[in-house]
Design a binder for this molecule. Structure first.
Ligand SMILES: Nc1ncnc2c1ncn2[C@@H]1O[C@H](COP(=O)(O)OP(=O)(O)OP(=O)(O)O)[C@@H](O)[C@H]1O
Ligand SMILES: [Mg+2]
Length: 319
């Protein structure tokens, strides 16, 4: 594998911030928590969590990823393989305990390493509470008093160590998702350009509006909606246009012309396209910056732009 295109030094972070419209000296005023969710599967939730975390890390922010999906795709893609001979604490134990602050004991660093086996520069800014298939066993505990607030309690007292907490969720509106919604301040909804995904995004928005108070989290709101896996077809264009009608200003727009070092001016697309390199990064469990060819530089710039949109629109720190 080629060397990373992100070195992690202050000059690199600074140059990247300036390229993507973020003040070099910006420090977030408080920790911000976002649940990434959609009531449809396969829309790119886990990819968004992983590669947005990487992009935020490249922009100099400290990120905690919480994997609330028993599929544990995000955990694996962040370089953590389940090893039955060396078990580690996971989200399942954290939620089972439900004690205040207990999540801290399950935090591990992102597992991305360079060719010498050292953590990559992005990994140094990313921590994770990993998931495992047995997290599904927590679903049946939904009826227990206060169960919906267990993730919130688990993060209490120490989450301020991070600038941003990103929570990945399974494609449902069930208890695991509700625990994420009970602690998040904003929901970020990715959708692929299909009727079902747009409908599921609307269903989630309505669920949030209807149940934020039931989740003891009345301030919860959809902070952004992003089109993913975009392939230019008439159908896809119609679905994205439909989503724009429903979500208006909430749609994140990655469009930007950037001057990437060694590449001519680069026009980034509005949506996250269906690009092979994005699937390859998910399969190989690496950040996009693990490669340094032209296509990868485009994908890195695309996600840096998405991260800038996230900071600007979803958490509103640039306004
Ligand atoms: N923009 C993209 N370009 C190419 N492949 C993508 C893109 N986004 C996601 N994929 C691929 O599509 C598949 C589904 O993506 P992902 O697992 O991130 O979706 P998900 O919404 O988290 O799914 P689930 O609902 O099962 O949790 C994966 O194989 C992923 O690599
Ligand atoms: Mg997923």
């Amino acid at each position: 594998m080629a060397t990373t295109t992100f070195q992690g030094n202050k000059a690199d972070v600074r140059a990247r911030r300036i390229r993507f419209g973020i003040p070099a000296s910006l420090q977030l005023t408080k920790t911000h928590l976002t649940a990434v969710a959609n009531n449809k599967g396969g829309v790119g939730k886990s990819q968004l969590v992983v590669q947005l975390a990487a992009a935020l890390a490249r922009l100099g922010f400290r990120v905690l990823v919480c994997d609330m999906d028993p599929q544990a795709n995000t955990t694996r893609r962040l370089g953590i393989e389940y090893d039955p001979s060396a078990p580690i604490a996971t989200m399942s134990e954290v939620i089972k305990s439900g004690e205040r602050g207990v999540g801290q004991g399950a935090v591990i660093p992102c597992g991305w390493v360079d060719s010498d086996g050292n953590p990559t520069a992005e990994a140094e800014n990313i921590d994770l509470i990993p998931s495992r298939f047995d997290l599904i066993n927590r679903e049946t505990e939904a009826g227990q008093v206060g169960a919906v607030r267990r993730l919130k309690r688990a993060l209490e007292g120490w989450r301020d160590e991070y600038d941003i907490v990103l929570i990945d969720t399974p494609p449902s509106l069930g208890h695991l998702v509700q625990m994420a919604l009970a602690v998040a301040e904003t929901v970020l909804i990715p959708f692929d350009p299909t009727y079902d995904a747009v409908e599921a995004a609307i269903r989630l928005r309505d669920f949030v509006q209807m149940h934020a108070e039931d989740l003891a989290n009345p301030g919860l709101h959809v902070g952004g909606v992003i089109s993913t896996r975009y392939k230019r077809t008439v159908e896809a264009e119609q679905q994205v246009a439909g989503a724009r009608e429903h979500f208006g200003e909430l749609i994140l727009d990655a469009t930007r012309i950037v001057k990437e070092p060694d590449i001519d001016d680069l026009l980034l697309p509005r949506s996250i396209p269906e690009w092979a390199r994005l699937t390859e990064a998910d399969s190989a469990a690496v950040s996009l910056s693990a490669w340094s060819d032209r296509q990868s530089r485009k994908t890195v710039a695309l996600y840096d732009s998405v991260a800038s949109e996230y900071i600007n629109k979803v958490i509103g720190e640039l306004t």
